[in-house]
Design a protein around this ligand. Structure first.
Ligand SMILES: Cc1ncc(COP(=O)(O)O)c(C=O)c1O
Length: 355
């Protein structure tokens, strides 16, 4: 198809591994059921909405709810059909020809894809190697140097995916004080890490903090991401987003979930306790090294070819993520924390794979 844009032709379709595995630990989802009041609210939302009508294109009520949760003003909140869409909208507004997009490597894949699609110059800055004294540390001086050269947008995930490590927030703020660039900090795992730059957005209009309901809130299938940004940035994104980008059902259920955020706190605490057990279990296996994590997933290196380990686990009905194609993660796999039972089966099978 010779009229396909060259940027689109360069991209393979995004195809996550088809689900259906008995134990699914590949996408950092919340393994617990929705708290009952939220599930009931979702049923009521579905029963009460008039789907024949367009909803509120501005998601006014949901934005106010998210603003209260994040401790910011409603005009500082932008909603998207998942954070994935927000990345797309950000790059439609601020990326493109003549702009530079700076991202660490390895990190969440969508930044790279969307930067390429927008036609921007993509610069990937490698993290510190696994063998260094501070594994996967961000080279902030390099990022600042690159971001000072040209109008840029810097994307950083904190804590990073797939490595799980936390970047000191004060390092990130240097991008704002030492360059003119836009800094987007993706806090998809905020509820697990408990560290945020949201309160700094009012002080730094070029800072945007992105979050999602797909992880701790257990609503990956609902598709709701939000950005905390200056009113100027929100207004810019409103110019380029599609009308009605967040549908009325998602708006209603997301609102109920965030209003009931306290009901998710016991789930977060339970998952973190399970994650620590899983980490200890991984550390006790010979030749295997789990890396420190501030999220609900764990990156670990294996003493055998990672693709073989992945295939054997998959054959046993367990789906995790093989990240070993990245040169910095040559021997690594990533596993999400599941329920206690799922983690126990995973550890047992992994042990058998390594025997
Ligand atoms: C860092 C990061 N950002 C964003 C997302 C996607 O979020 P959403 O489901 O809101 O598009 C993920 C999902 O894995 C992620 O790890």
């Amino acid at each position: 198809m010779n009229f396909l844009r060259k940027e689109a032709a360069a991209l393979p379709p995004y195809q996550p591994f088809p689900s259906g595995a008995r134990i699914k630990l590949d996408m950092n989802e919340n393994p617990f059921p929705l708290p009952e009041p939220v599930r009931q609210a979702a049923i009521e939302v579905a029963a009460q909405l008039d789907f024949a009508r367009y909803g509120d294109s501005s998601a006014t009520v949901l934005r106010a709810t998210l603003a209260a949760y994040a401790g910011v003003q409603p005009e500082m909140v932008f909603c998207g059909n998942g954070s994935d869409e927000i990345i797309h909208v950000l790059l439609t507004a601020f990326g493109g020809n003549g702009r530079r997009v700076i991202i660490p490597r390895p990190t969440f894949v969508t930044f790279r894809r969307e930067a390429i699609l927008s036609g921007a110059e993509l610069v990937e800055v490698p993290l510190a190697p696994a063998e260094s004294s501070n594994p996967f540390a961000l080279d902030i001086d390099r990022i600042i140097h690159l971001a000072a050269e040209k109008p840029s947008i810097v994307f950083v995930v904190n804590p990073n995916n797939p490595t799980g490590n936390l970047i000191p927030p004060e390092d990130l703020l240097r991008v704002l004080t030492e360059t003119e660039s836009l800094l987007v900090v993706d806090e998809a795992y905020y509820e697990y890490a408990g560290i945020t730059l949201a309160q700094e957005v009012a002080r730094y209009p070029r800072l945007a903090v992105m979050r999602t309901l797909s992880k701790a809130f257990g609503l990956a299938g609902l598709r709701l991401g939000y950005l905390i940004a200056s009113p100027e940035v929100v207004a810019a994104l409103d110019r380029v987003r599609l009308p009605f980008n967040v549908n009325m059902f998602t708006q209603g259920v997301a609102r109920a979930a965030v209003e009931n955020a306290h009901l998710f706190q016991p789930q977060v605490a339970a998952l973190l306790a399970e994650r620590d057990k899983l980490w200890q279990g991984l550390a006790s296996l010979p030749g295997l090294r789990p890396f420190p994590t501030h999220t609900n997933f764990i990156l670990f290196s294996v003493p055998k070819p990672p693709a073989d380990v992945w295939h054997r686990l998959f054959a046993a009905g367990i789906l995790i993520l093989d990240v070993s194609r990245d040169p910095l993660l040559k021997n690594c796999l990533r596993v999400s924390t599941g329920t206690a039972e799922e983690n126990a089966v995973f550890l047992q099978r992994l042990k058998e794979c390594l025997a």
